[in-house]
Write a protein that binds this ligand. Structure first.
Ligand code: AMP
Length: 397
């Protein structure tokens, strides 16, 4: 899917009321924000609008309050953090579209910002209810979507305001970067184009594997999903995570790779453990066959070298998913080796997915990547070639 959408720079926002959908779904512990990365990520768009004299009405979901007003998921900590980061007061409205909130929005002046309360406190948000979307839209004159992490969902605040609210709709800087960098990589990549896929299951990424097999020169597989491929090839997998009901699919993918002459790399050596436990006894095996009573938990050094060599020669690298159980130090080596190889490759590099992004950040490589995607589910759907409703609803250039 290629998008060429209007951005905040393509529309006159001065003195206008602008509704901005952000992704403020930040991690919280006992009501305290543990990472403000998503808030910081939204600042360029918000600051641009404020500087241009727009009255900025911010909205976002947080967590899964399931349509109930559950104050565990209030955006109050986000309003406080935004106030600090912007150096100006960001008031929190009492709800998303109630009368008091509408009054606050109506009174908002150019250069001021207001944050609406969690959109998911109302069940009509996730139902993409047209009336709810219209009410939300009625507070503003322009809609800006900058919530890439929620763009794969057609909810009232991500797509409904543009679909039913009739507002001119454009993207913010975050979405613009996601669609331009990922879109280019998928449609017109610098070659060789190497994709690295890991994580627990083949079933979660089958759409991505299938779509990427039509585009890449090399597909590198690691993580738990490698063992479903192993089994499909007739190898022993011991007690490794393996989707026995997906063996035919894995065989189809192997056949597709062959037919399209894609160089498909699978682990040649592995770290294996006795149990699925952080402190399990473990050892390295110099083979792609896992003995009885053992499970594959990470790729070992020979595989790491093989993958690193392929990554080093790449023009474009897209990486999603860890190479092993990277949450556990004994099985993080494969993911870290791949992170290093991608950072050092000099290729156009795009990293997505919680565990791969965490590895890149932990090792201090984030700045060396062309793009670290801000949305897990959304970036996977983008790589699958699916249309993202929160983006397709925006105006074309
Ligand atoms: P995903 O969300 O699909 O990217 O998968 C991430 C999860 O895959 C992480 O929690 C990893 O611990 C898990 N994972 C990676 N490799 C393995 C493996 N060999 N066995 C079991 N789980 C794994």
């Amino acid at each position: 899917m290629t998008y060429n959408k209007k951005t905040i720079e393509d529309i006159d926002v001065a003195g206008r009321k602008v509704l901005v959908r952000c992704d403020f779904n930040v991690p919280l512990k006992d009501g305290v924000i543990t990472s403000d990365k998503r808030i910081v990520g939204a600042l360029p768009t918000i600051k641009y609008l404020l500087d241009k004299g727009a009255a900025v009405i911010l909205c976002s979901h947080m967590g899964k309050p399931k349509g109930e007003r559950n104050m565990k998921y209030t955006l109050a900590p986000v309003a406080a953090r935004l106030t600090e980061l912007l150096g100006q007061k960001v008031e929190l409205a009492p709800d998303t579209i109630g009368p008091e909130t509408k009054k606050m929005a109506a009174a908002l002046k150019g250069g001021q910002a207001l944050l609406l309360e969690n959109t998911r406190f109302d069940k009509r948000e996730e139902a993409n209810d047209p009336e709810f979307a219209k009410e939300l839209a009625s507070m503003a004159e322009i809609f800006v979507n900058d919530a890439f992490g929620a763009a794969h969902r057609a909810h009232a605040s991500t797509a409904g305001v543009a679909m039913y609210g009739g507002l001119p709709a454009v993207c913010g800087y975050l979405i613009q970067k996601e669609i331009s960098v990922m879109g280019k990589a998928l449609e017109d990549p610098a070659r060789p184009f190497v994709a690295i896929l890991g994580g627990a299951k083949v079933s979660d990424k089958i759409g991505v594997i299938s779509n990427l097999l039509e585009k890449v020169d090399t597909l590198i597989i690691g993580g738990g999903m490698a063992y479903t491929f192993f089994r499909a090839m007739g190898n022993d997998v011991g007690t490794s995570i393996c989707e026995y009901d997906k063996l035919d699919l894995a065989r189809d993918m192997l056949a597709k790779a062959k037919e399209r002459k894609v160089n498909l790399l699978l682990p040649v050596d592995n770290y294996i453990g006795r149990e699925y436990k952080e402190d399990t006894i473990y050892m390295r095996i110099y083979s792609d066959s896992i003995p009885d009573g053992w499970m594959g938990l990470d790729i070992a050094e020979k595989t790491q070298e093989l993958y690193a060599k392929s990554i080093a020669g790449a023009g474009t690298v897209v990486w999603n998913g860890p190479m092993g159980v990277s949450e556990w130090p004994h099985f993080a080596g494969g993911t870290e080796a791949v992170a290093k190889a991608v950072a050092e490759s000099g290729a156009v590099s795009i990293v997505g997915g919680g565990d791969s992004v965490a590895a890149v950040e932990k090792l201090g490589y984030a700045d060396r990547m062309t793009h670290v995607s801000t949305g897990g589910g959304a970036s996977l759907e983008f790589l699958e070639g699916k249309d993202l409703p929160g983006i397709s609803c925006l105006q074309d250039k």
